[in-house]
Design a protein around this ligand. Sequence first.
Ligand code: MG
Length: 367
Amino acid sequence: MHAPRVIFHMDMDAFYASVEQRDRPEWQGKPVIVGAPPDRRGVVCAASYEARKFGVRSAMPSVTAGRLCPDGIFVRPRMDAYRDESRAIMSLVKTFAGELVQQVSVDEAYLEVTDRVPPGEPDAMLEAALPIAREIKATIKAQRQLTATIGIAPNKLLAKIASSNFKPDGLTLIKDSEKTAFLRPLPVGAIHGVGKVTEQGLLKLGLKTVADLQDYPGDLRSAVGSWGNELRRMAFGDDDRPLDLGDDIKSVSAENTFLKDTAHRPTLRSCLHEQAEDIATRLRKRRLAARTIQVKVRYSDFTTLTRQVSVDDPIDDERLIYRFACWLLARHELVKRPLRLIGVGVSGLAEVTVRQMELPFEVKARS
Ligand SMILES: [Mg+2]
């Protein structure tokens, strides 16, 4: 039995779009879509909640977004502004949690506040942290005019589930004594690190919900390999991962140099394909996803160019990485001459997003 902990997961709501709406008050309450204009080849990087109501999602082609939401306000991304905002928010958050802040992406962080509440029973400590979370939300609102969602729980796994399911402007607490019951109705994909591959392995055993995992009498290692034991612990809401305060990996990349310079499209495409697959595999192994996708090309004269695109919802799917890479090549007309080297890289890494899910029962969200 580990000493009880109090962990927050803080996630800004529709971050890029909210920054735009704050800076242009006339856009408040309107469908704002950050990304390429709807008459261009390009993608949506982020959508305000008003735009999401029309079905607009990040990583969707802008043309589709324009069709779904003809009155949408399309805005070019201002990455510098989002990065500045991120720095301001994170330094604000540190006034509440000191150095115990693990920033996992531009708008998302874990905070450990265990030492900021009186020691006691796990549930009592969690309850005692509610005012701290309220104050963080209020301070962000007052000083940055943006809303944050916070999940409070005894560990990272549950804190992230708590924040992911009750947005925007949410404040949700999962008690230690209720964690097993809380998780039961959720799909297996709600567990940190369960991606499509693992999900398929579990489905073969008929395991669809976390309840199925909890009740499974066999050895989960037969379905998911060495990770089985950890997965079972997580299914019961146990997770003792500490905050990662050290240097995380910052990027993952793959590249190929050709024996002979080439502009042959099928060759380049199959290269990108393999690279995207390689990157996706490495991301999934670390249960990470990426917000920024970059291509790199080098020409015969050794000129090297890189071009990148960022999306709001991190991706770990090889097809999407591949699609973005192809789009970048076309968009910037990078293959006008034969290439000596081609490569794909991803950065802006974040933990795999817990998929939004409908809960089949009411959970008390306090605020
Ligand atoms: Mg967010």
